[in-house]
Write a protein that binds this ligand. Structure first.
Ligand SMILES: CC(C)(COP(=O)(O)OP(=O)(O)OC[C@H]1O[C@@H](n2cnc3c(N)ncnc32)[C@H](O)[C@@H]1OP(=O)(O)O)[C@@H](O)C(=O)NCCC(=O)NCCS
Length: 186
């Protein structure tokens, strides 16, 4: 599958750039954390360099734009953010993100999500970006609120985790400034 172009974006002290094969060790650092394994289905099974390379390969595709989020001063990868399930006809996509454990609560997610949304509504011309987080993931819920998403509802049996019979997730949507109360009411 041909990958979509991934532009390099600046956001305060952060640089969002395309992933490269050399980032496998950074992916392992992002995955090696209880919260990342608890809440990120894609990073949960990443334990080895080979699995990290497979994860990197999965970030590339015609329906996705995924960035490594780096510290502009040091170049260190401090997080990840990505748009996936990009649908050019419906003009919508979903967003996902994660931050290195030692760099949390310093505005990395807010900055990275803000920059990714700028590209979604700007360069990609999307009208809507959806964000799904597990009901128990309060940090992700706080990021959604901080970045202007509005809660649209709770979905049952989404984001199923191993050994969990059923999980619920919240869906939040953001568009160019007109918030949806519920997608079902439109
Ligand atoms: C969720 C996560 C990405 C947040 O990243 P972060 O860089 O710490 O978030 P920020 O510092 O940008 O914080 C953004 C807002 O959320 C709030 N917030 C962040 N973590 C919080 C927490 N644990 N509890 C309450 N509020 C929190 C911040 O206070 C900030 O709000 P404010 O700007 O109004 O003060 C990070 O905790 C993480 O990587 N978790 C594991 C992976 C994950 O859950 N990914 C999302 C899956 S849906």
């Amino acid at each position: 599958m041909t990958g979509r172009a991934v532009p390099t974006l600046a956001s305060g002290d952060l640089v969002l750039r395309p992933w490269s094969a050399a980032d496998a060790p950074a992916v392992l650092r992002l995955a090696d954390d209880p919260a990342a394994r608890a809440w990120s289905a894609s990073l949960r099974p990443v334990h080895t360099p080979e699995q990290a390379r497979a994860w990197l390969a999965g970030r590339v595709g015609a329906d996705r734009v995924h960035w490594a989020v780096s510290d502009s001063a040091t170049g260190e990868v401090v997080g990840r953010v990505g748009l996936h399930r990009i649908d050019d006809e419906q003009r919508d996509a979903e967003i996902g993100y994660g931050v290195l454990a030692g760099r949390r609560r310093t505005g990395v997610a807010r900055g990275a999500v803000g920059a990714a949304l700028g590209h979604a509504f700007g360069g990609l011309g999307l009208a809507r970006v959806s964000l799904r987080h597990a009901v128990g993931n309060q940090a992700s819920c706080a990021v959604a609120r901080a970045c202007g998403f509005t809660l649209e509802g709770v979905e049952r049996r989404r984001l199923i985790r191993p050994r969990a019979r059923a999980a619920r997730c919240r869906q939040a949507g953001r568009d160019r400034g007109h918030f949806f109360c519920s997608p079902l009411s439109r």
